[in-house]
Design a protein around this ligand. Structure first.
Ligand code: NDP
Ligand code: HSE
Length: 438
């Protein structure tokens, strides 16, 4: 049978990796797909730039529109990034009857509802395994492997750059900026690295995971997002002394009133497998009612690891080329007309435990004032430690772990404590999750 012709938009980290994997494993890929996969054309901004892949086997263009409208191209692989030009190109490819494979989480999280509706109308596939957790086949696992389950919650380390930075700060005492520069040099970071550091990239991915786990539309704007930039080395050390690690987690949870969707730094018990996922590695813990907790682990970013997911999608698309569109796996796991309108909860209504670091004047009565306010907000304390005064200063860090409390109560208590004359700095608050079997 004739090979399937693909056009690749972008030959950077992921595009270059995809060319390399397609070439290196061509024989195995053809045996799996049933047909060869041939790169017909690729688009870049600069055709003279040196690349991580060999570009001699196909034509290069600086006009990506040429690829999405080329009559002989069956599948467009979008690896440019961003959600403006990429949206335009993907919608044009779909309108021209081409199947699409993309690694672009921003595109899917923000414009996915529109893109999938267009794909359904034109009877084409849009595959996006590489958009979440790099090389880990997490989309396939939830969408297909766990299809018999009612998913209760999932929690994951879903940004490789952020985890790489936090690991380097903890294990090597390296500073934030130094670790970020290193992640950029390795090709892990987004074009705008604030997406990694501020949790936006993780929020894009969590939006996608929640949609396929719960059968809800993509709702990026409702995902609560907090980054890692405020975490200090002191917090990392105090958390460890209490038996916890700080990880940047994306959490999606089904509760009685709706769905929690949140990305934030989180203390987790150090004995949990997730607490020991380091460097650029990602892991996603998914709790299904039938199977119980399941864990998926692997490289969350990087050329070959991400190409692994892009090429797996290509194989899936090639295998399904002759199937009736109605009989394909739905884009968001549930049939498009069977999505649920479960509400995403505002953060004030979320319940979790907390780690608080309170910088207080070292004098009698301060702790009593703080605990009195917490008690008035019905916040009960799990552990409390007063550290040594900082050198040359008359103030002490006080670390408090609380039991589970509603976020609104915690916000009110923090606002009142910060008004005390004896509190010398804004309180550092990090949410804490036990991630046990329930
Ligand atoms: P890069 O910045 O490394 O590559 C982007 C590529 O797109 C470059 O080859 C660039 O060309 C090309 N490009 C950009 N604009 C245009 C344009 N107007 N016309 C033609 N070509 C253009 O990005 P990545 O490979 O890192 O990321 C690509 C996508 O994959 C993003 O959506 C990202 O979020 C996602 N992703 C990235 C991962 C990673 O580990 N890096 C992991 C998982 C997903 P040129 O080289 O000439 O500048
Ligand atoms: N910048 C992303 C990360 C790439 O570091 O996780 C993978 O999606």
């Amino acid at each position: 049978m004739k090979p399937v012709k693909i056009g690749i938009l972008g030959l950077g980290t992921v595009g270059g990796g995809t060319v390399n994997v397609l070439s290196r494993n061509a024989g195995e890929i053809t045996r799996r797909a049933g047909r060869g996969i041939e790169i017909a054309m690729a688009a870049t901004r600069d055709t003279g730039k040196s690349r991580i892949c060999d570009t001699s086997g196909f034509r290069l263009t600086t006009d990506p529109h040429e690829i999405v409208s080329a009559p002989d191209i069956d599948v467009v692989v979008e690896l440019i990034g961003g959600d403006t030009l990429a949206r335009e190109l993907v919608l044009a490819a779909i309108a021209n009857g081409k199947h699409v494979v993309t690694a672009n989480k921003a595109l899917i999280a923000v414009h996915g509802n529109e893109i999938f509706a267009a794909a359904q109308k034109h009877g084409v596939m849009v595959a996006f395994e590489a958009a979440v957790a790099g090389g880990i086949p997490i989309i396939k696992a939830i969408r297909e492997g766990l299809a018999g389950n009612r998913i209760e919650w999932l929690a994951g380390i879903i940004n490789g750059t952020g985890n790489y930075i936090l690991t380097g700060m903890r294990d090597q005492g390296r500073d934030f900026a130094d670790m970020l520069a290193d992640a950029q040099a390795q090709g892990y970071a987004e074009a705008d690295p604030t997406f990694d550091v501020e949790g936006i990239d993780a929020a894009h991915k969590l939006t996608i995971l929640a949609a396929i786990a719960f059968g809800i539309p993509l709702q990026f704007a409702k995902t609560y997002t907090e980054g890692i930039a405020r975490i200090s080395h002191d917090d990392v050390v105090y958390a460890e002394e209490l038996g916890y690690r700080i990880k940047h987690l994306g959490i999606a949870k089904r509760v009685a009133q709706g769905i929690e969707l949140r990305v934030h730094p989180t203390l987790i018990p150090e004995r949990r497998l997730l607490a020991n996922v380091d460097g650029v590695m990602n892991a996603v813990l998914v709790k299904g009612d039938a199977v119980g907790p399941t864990l998926y682990y692997g490289a969350g970013a990087g050329a070959d690891a991400t190409a692994s997911a892009v090429v797996a999608d290509l194989v899936d698309v090639v295998r399904a080329l002759t199937t009736d569109p109605e009989n394909r796996v739905p884009h968001l796991a549930f049939q498009a007309d069977a999505l649920s309108d479960l509400p995403v909860l505002p953060m004030d209504e979320v319940e979790t435990a907390y780690y608080l670091r309170i910088e207080a004047v070292d004098q009698p009565g301060v702790l009593a004032e703080v605990t009195h306010i917490l008690a008035e907000s019905t916040i009960s304390i799990e552990a409390i430690i007063q550290k040594e005064p900082r050198e040359g200063e008359n103030r002490v860090p006080v670390i408090i772990l609380t039991h589970t409390v509603r976020e609104q109560n915690m916000n009110e208590a923090i606002a009142r404590i910060e008004q005390l004359a004896t509190i010398t700095a804004p309180i550092m608050r990090i949410r804490l999750e036990y991630l046990n079997r329930e």
